[in-house]
Design a protein. Structure first.
Length: 163
């Protein structure tokens, strides 16, 4: 009788553990970046961005306004990926209060930008401690480095150049 109770208890604990794991998995989404997984808690990332300032609140220069109000609306795959991770492209990290680094030519045409975003997540694969996204799209060369910034945060260092 004691063996049956012990077995029943173990089965119940396993069911509880599996339900907990299923709940955790439901709260995160795994994205493929250049064929490697990156697990992101999209809801926590969205919550994080609610605490961050708009780019144009941090800097009112015409380059920051152009980036926030115009350039982030370009149909670039990286912007779509970041948005689906919960990133608010209109926001600046409080740790980067100077706005976006953007270069335009004398006719106000885009040449280059650097911007840092952040997600709540981790690299599920132990053989990868950072990921690199590189693509040429619509006349732009896009590079994004996904780097660990803490136990559950990933910095995304985005660089875009006009080709």
């Amino acid at each position: 009788m004691g063996v049956i109770r012990n077995h029943t208890r173990l089965v119940k604990e396993k069911i509880k553990r599996n339900r907990f794991i299923a709940i955790i998995k439901a709260l995160t989404t795994t994205f493929q970046i250049e064929g490697y997984p990156l697990t992101v808690d999209c809801d926590k990332t969205k919550e994080f961005y609610l605490t961050q300032e708009k780019i144009t609140d941090d800097c009112q220069c015409k380059d920051c306004r152009f980036y926030a109000e115009n350039f982030t609306k370009e149909p670039l795959e990286i912007f779509s990926i970041l948005s689906s991770m919960g990133v608010d492209l209109q926001k600046n990290l409080n740790s980067e209060p100077t706005g976006v680094w953007l270069i335009r030519d004398e006719n106000d045409n885009f040449i280059h930008c650097d911007q840092v975003y952040q997600v709540v997540g981790h690299f599920p694969s132990e053989d990868k401690s950072q990921l690199k996204y590189e693509k040429e799209q619509d006349g732009y060369k896009i590079s994004a480095a996904f780097l660990p910034a803490g136990s559950d945060t990933i910095d995304i260092e985005l660089k875009i150049d006009k080709i």
